[in-house]
Design a protein around this ligand. Structure first.
Ligand SMILES: C[S@@+](CC[C@H](N)C(=O)[O-])C[C@H]1O[C@@H](n2cnc3c(N)ncnc32)[C@H](O)[C@@H]1O
Ligand code: SF4
Length: 303
């Protein structure tokens, strides 16, 4: 497993509760990574040797501003390329946004701000425009991420890291409950591969506040607070993992067939079928399908 990117979810908490959110971000969520835990993760990423980029996201990483800043400084000091993904709630004016961003100038190589009709009531929000202007003034590289509405048929599929500009919604997490009913559905049997994630050779993984390393939101391949990252990477056998194994064999349809799960006739996309199957499998594979946060459990004790 040649890991080059580690995306750190500083918290599951968020200022918003977007309908499409695949991590169920919310003001009511629990789960915050401490500075010590971030430092531990960064050190492990450096020890691994192959990781060159670190992203901070969440939830909303700016909610824990001093920790975010220290974490970015530390990651830069260790020689990583650093990025942040934010909803830019803090960019109330250009002048204010500059104050929020000034400490990051010269430290980060990318600031991705999300703006679309899930986050705000206009495609390019006032906050995003302020953040864009402030970042330009400070020479901070910045881009916007925008997720299309379910009715948009031409949206591109994002494979791996979300690209700048518009891409399609993936029906995982809250998007299943809130948005799947608005999408056209197809036969479950058609979903014979995972179209979005490289499950056999993931280039980047997400680390959550509890130490879980997610190959896709809610599918853990190990816990970095319990097992060294080096060991997790060295021992990861995608074909033998109870969830990625069947997914690699035949996509979400195989996951359903392998474990003889009840299923509907149609689903909005592969993620929708996969997420529904995983909800049914959580008690059977509690070490792989966690934490509760990724499955919409609010106030769950850290798994
Ligand atoms: C989970 S958010 C965390 C960072 C920050 N709160 C934000 O919204 O940018 C990271 C990115 O994932 C995107 N995202 C969330 N749920 C998604 C889904 N179901 N399909 C596609 N992208 C999604 C968001 O739009 C955002 O650009
Ligand atoms: S997409 Fe981002 S802003 Fe929206 S609820 Fe999720 S974490 Fe929060």
């Amino acid at each position: 497993m040649n890991l080059t990117g580690l995306h750190i979810l500083l918290t599951y908490q968020c200022t918003f509760e977007c309908d499409h959110c695949f991590v169920w971000g919310s003001p009511w969520q629990t789960g915050v990574m401490t500075l010590g835990q971030v430092q531990n993760a960064l050190q492990q990423a450096q020890d691994l040797g192959s990781v060159n980029s670190i992203y901070f996201e969440g939830g909303e990483p700016f909610l824990y501003y001093p920790i975010l800043l220290r974490a970015v400084q530390e990651a830069t000091r260790l020689g990583f390329q650093v990025g942040i993904v934010s909803n830019a709630y803090w960019a109330v004016t250009v002048k204010d946004a500059q104050e929020w961003l000034r400490p990051f100038a010269g430290l980060i190589q990318d600031l991705s701000v999300s703006s679309d009709l899930y986050h705000y009531n206009e495609p390019l929000s006032c906050q995003s425009r302020n953040a864009l202007q402030a970042a330009h003034n400070l020479d901070i590289p910045i881009g916007t991420i925008s997720i299309a509405q379910p009715e948009t048929s031409h949206a591109t599929l994002a494979v791996g890291q979300l690209p700048p500009d518009e891409s399609g919604v993936m029906y995982r997490g809250r998007a299943v409950e809130k948005l799947a009913p608005r999408a056209p559905w197809k036969s479950w049997a058609q979903f014979t591969e995972c179209p979005y994630e490289n499950l056999s050779e993931p280039g980047r993984v997400h680390l959550d506040p509890f130490g879980n390393l997610h190959i896709c939101q809610g599918i853990s391949i190990g816990n970095l607070f319990l097992t060294p990252l080096k060991e997790i990477c060295a021992s990861f056998k995608p074909d033998a993992h109870p969830i990625t194994g069947p997914l690699l064999d035949g996509g979400p349809a195989e996951l359903v067939s392998r474990y003889e799960l009840p299923h509907g006739e149609t689903y909005a996309d592969a993620c929708h079928l996969c997420y529904a199957a995983r909800l049914d499998l959580r008690t059977r594979f509690p070490d792989s399908l966690l934490p509760g946060q990724m499955y919409g459990v609010v106030d769950s004790v850290a798994a």
